[in-house]
Design a binder for this molecule. Structure first.
Ligand code: UDP
Length: 139
């Protein structure tokens, strides 16, 4: 995958609170083009695989429970410098530390229920995008 793509999920808390439209609007207004998108729900096995890097952490069971409790929006986004610019747009993992105007500052409730995911590297963006979408679903 080209290095100008990243992967995002609008997490169950954001969907439950009705923030899909506002968050997608902010993503579009920030110059990202949506090249794949769907409403879906992670199974326990999906969440355990997606977050496998955290499987020794004390919050892992709660993270899997949270990420599987309702629908998410999964999407692949395109923009120059997509991974880094999207991490800037979403803000710090903990909304208390997130900059004003970032998606997590605006919509996240806590460090665990933090509204949105953004890939942290080009390599992970490609892996995470392929986890959710086939080539046929990606434009
Ligand atoms: N998380 C959590 N407690 C923590 C740290 C992280 O519940 O102390 C959750 C949170 O939903 C976060 C996800 O685990 O988004 C992945 O953590 P990571 O450190 O990779 O943060 P991110 O890349 O999402 O900012």
């Amino acid at each position: 995958m080209a290095t100008n793509r990243t992967f995002t999920m609008l997490k169950p808390d954001a969907v439950e609170k009705g923030h899909i439209g506002a968050i997608l609007e902010k993503i579009s207004a920030s110059g990202f083009k949506i090249v794949a998108m769907k409403l879906t729900q992670l199974t326990k096995a999906d969440a355990e695989e997606f977050y496998a890097i955290h499987n020794e952490r004390p919050f892992f069971a709660d993270l899997v429970e949270y990420m599987t409790r309702g629908p998410i929006v999964a999407a692949i986004l395109e923009k120059d410098n997509a991974v880094e610019d999207f991490r800037t747009l979403i803000g710090a993992t903990n909304p208390e530390d997130a900059a004003e105007g970032t998606i997590r500052k605006l919509y996240a409730a806590s460090i665990s229920e933090n509204a949105v995911h953004g890939s942290d590297s080009d390599e992970n963006a490609a892996i995470e995008g392929a986890f959710h979408f086939s080539g046929r679903d990606t434009f």
